[in-house]
Design a protein around this ligand. Structure first.
Ligand code: RB5
Length: 145
C-alpha cells in the first residue's frame, strides 16, 4: 500500500520510527512529506499538503502527527473526502477503520508513546471498512445522504 506521512516539529522522531516500522513490510511504499527535524513549522502546511496529495490519488492512506494530534486532525478534516481519525489506542484505531473508513490516521507524539503508537498503526493498517450502514452515515458527512 502507498502511504503518505507527514508531521510537524513536535513529532518528527515518532514519525521516523513509524516510517521504519512500516518499511519492514515490502508491500508498503512510504512517501515522507516532512518534516525531519526540530525546527519549528506550522502544522496546517503539512496537513494540507498530505491531504491534497491523498485526494489527488498519490497515496491510499495518510498518517499525520503533531504534538497532540489535535491541530493536524482539525486541519485535515476541513477537506471533503478526508476522514481523519485521532487515535489514542488500538480500539479507536480499529473502529476508525471498521465504522468510519478513516483514510488519515492522526497521532500525538507528546501524548502517545512509541509502543502504543506502533500498535495503533498496525491495527489501523490491517483493519478493513465494514461498509453497509456505515457507508450511509459517511455519505451524510459528505452531504450525499
Ligand atoms: C506545536 O508546538 C504544537 O502546537 C503542535 O505540534 C500540535 O500539538 C498542535 O495541535
Amino acid at each position: 500500500m502507498r502511504i503518505l506521512i507527514a508531521c510537524d516539529h513536535g513529532a518528527f522522531d515518532l514519525k521516523r520510527k513509524i516510517v521504519e516500522h512500516l518499511a519492514q513490510n515490502p508491500e508498503n511504499e512510504i512517501i515522507n512529506l516532512g518534516v525531519d527535524g526540530a525546527e519549528s513549522v506550522d502544522y496546517p502546511d503539512y496537513a494540507q499538503s498530505l491531504c491534497r496529495a491523498l485526494l489527488a490519488g498519490e497515496g491510499e492512506r495518510g498518517i499525520l502527527l503533531c504534538g497532540t494530534g489535535l491541530g493536524m486532525s482539525m486541519a485535515a478534516n476541513r477537506f471533503n473526502g478526508i476522514r481523519g481519525a485521532l487515535c489514542h489506542d488500538e480500539y479507536t484505531a480499529r473502529l476508525s477503520r471498521q465504522h468510519n473508513n478513516a483514510n488519515v490516521l492522526v497521532l500525538g507524539a507528546r501524548s502517545t508513546g512509541e509502543a502504543v503508537a506502533l500498535g495503533i498503526v498496525d491495527t489501523w493498517m490491517q483493519t478493513d471498512f465494514e461498509g453497509a450502514r456505515h457507508q450511509r452515515r459517511l455519505d451524510k458527512i459528505e452531504n450525499k445522504g
